[in-house]
Structures are given as C-alpha cells and as structure tokens.
Ligand binder design. Structure first.
Ligand code: DHB
Ligand code: FE
Length: 280
C-alpha cells in the first residue's frame, strides 16, 4: 500500500531560483532565507520519499488564458523546466510517475473531483523553486514528481475548502495504490504578496503567521477563509495559499510540525515554509 507520510509547505518566488542558479545564496540579502531551508534539505535527504506530489500553480507558462484548467494532473513520463524569459532554469528534468498519477486520476475523478489529465506540460518556477529549496542542486531530483497544477491566476480560483477536500481525495487515492510507496506532498506558493497595482509590495506577517498556526492545528478554520479575505489580507497573489490546503487535506487531522520558517522579504514576497509529518 502506498501512503502519504509527510507534507511540505513552501513559497516559490522566482528570484529564489535565480539566486540559487547564480550562486548568490550566501549574499547578505539571501543568506537568512536560505539558512531556514538547511534543515529542510537534511530532512528531505533522510526521509528519502519514493514519490513527491507537488501542488503548484502555473504562471501562464504551460497554460495561457486560452485554456485554464482548475486542477491539472501531470501524468507524463517527464516534465521539462519551462523558459520563463531568462531561459529554462538549469535544473534536472522532472521525472514523473505515470503509473501512480493515472491511478490518482482514476480514483479522484471517480470520487467526483474532475481533474484535467495532462500528458505534456512544462513546469515553471512554481514547481522548480520548491524542489530546489528542498533538494538543493543535484544532478537528478531524488524522486519522481507528480505535478498537480491549480489555477490561482485567473478568477475564479477554487475555494480553500475545495482544495482541502481534494487533498483528502488524493490521500484516499494514494492509499488504494497497491505498491509500497512512501509519498510526500508539497503545497507551494504564498505567502502574502501582491505584484501589481496600488498595493504592490503588500506583506502581512500577522496574517501569514496566523495562517501557518491554524493550518497546522485547526485546518478546518482555514478552509472557511473566503477569497476576498485572502485578497484583503494577503494581497492578490496571496490567493496562492489555497494550494497549501491541498497538502494539509492529504495529511492526518493531527500532525507533527517538524520545521517552520518565515522570512521577509524575498523579492516582493513573504516566504513561509512548514514541514509536517503524520503522527504514527
Ligand atoms: C514573485 C512572486 C511570485 O509568486 C511569482 O509567481 C512571481 C514573482 C515575486 O515576489 O517577485
Ligand atoms: Fe507565484
């Protein structure tokens, strides 16, 4: 039986990827941010998961405004890093796990979550930056990755509650896969940030820290946050946080917080990070 053993929440700021790729992680601006991920990389290399499900959002890279799936599951053998204007990041090819991905598609769709099945997709910083933060700069990523792409770019994004329940459906799907796989699930994006208009640069540490507290200890309360509160409190791009709820929904009600890190600023964004393990 496969099982989800742990969850990771992690912001995905593109400038973090550039800092890693250009060897700037020890510079004074970046050092405090990266220091908070040293333990995370140790945790990841000790955990040695067999598969990672990475819940992330595409930034009009693989999908344009011509086609906007709410939830898109990557079922391909591999996913190329996308060219986001500076060329594709010099990171390894993302290897998929088609067998588990197709099983999740079948289980979740028959469980009445209508995912889009994607057999070819490039992956942008939304997916590669969290992988870099958690795995460093290896020649190959340490495990296959199943990308689950959520629309948080074009209104209307899914509700936090829908995301939480999708996490529960993914957990049921993984548990009904008949291979012994230890799976970790990432919820990426966030925390507070707004990249545009009058409130560009908005950061709200009070909201961010309460969000992390509640996500760990009583996630049901987080599922009730309406979109307008994310916008008001966490800025227009703060809505990326609904993706953390997919991760949380896939874990036990009670979890152990193994690590937590919060840092401002990284580019225009407050960076938040959690490592949660199921209590066994
Ligand atoms: C920034 C943050 C994001 O989440 C993103 O997708 C692009 C840019 C930023 O802070 O610069
Ligand atoms: Fe983003």
């Amino acid at each position: 039986m496969a099982e989800i053993i742990a969850g990771v929440a992690c912001s995905h700021v593109p400038a973090i990827g550039v800092a890693i790729d250009q060897g700037k992680t020890d510079e004074p601006y970046w050092q405090p941010l990266f220091q908070g991920f040293e333990r995370s990389r140790e945790w990841m290399s000790e955990l040695k998961p067999d598969v990672a499900i990475v819940v992330y959002n595409d930034h009009a890279t693989a999908f344009s405004l011509e086609m906007i799936p709410t939830f898109a599951l990557g079922c391909a053998d591999a996913f190329l890093p996308a060219d986001e204007g500076w060329g594709p990041r010099p990171v390894p090819l993302v290897q998929g796990h088609p067998e588990l991905a197709w099983h999740i598609a079948q289980s979740v769709i028959l469980d009445e979550f209508d995912l889009t099945i994607v057999n070819r997709m490039e992956v942008d910083h939304g997916l590669t930056v969290p992988l870099s933060l958690m795995c460093g700069q290896p020649d190959a990523w340490p495990c296959p990755v199943i990308p689950l792409c959520v629309n948080v770019v074009q209104y209307p994004p899914p509700t936090g509650n829908r995301c939480f329940n999708l996490g529960k459906a993914i957990r049921r799907a993984v548990q009904s896969f008949d291979q012994d796989l230890r799976v970790v699930i990432f919820g990426t994006g966030g925390m507070s940030h707004q990249l545009q208009a009058q409130r560009a640069g908005l950061i709200n540490p009070v909201f961010d820290n309460r969000f992390m507290d509640d996500l760990v200890s009583h996630p049901e309360s987080v599922t009730r946050i309406p979109h307008v509160d994310y916008l008001r409190e966490a800025g227009s791009e703060g809505i990326e946080l609904v993706m953390w709820l997919v991760m949380r929904g896939a874990l036990d009600d009670e979890v152990r917080q193994m690590h937590r890190h919060y840092h401002v600023p990284a580019s225009n964004t407050a960076v938040g990070h959690l490592i949660l393990e199921n209590v066994r």
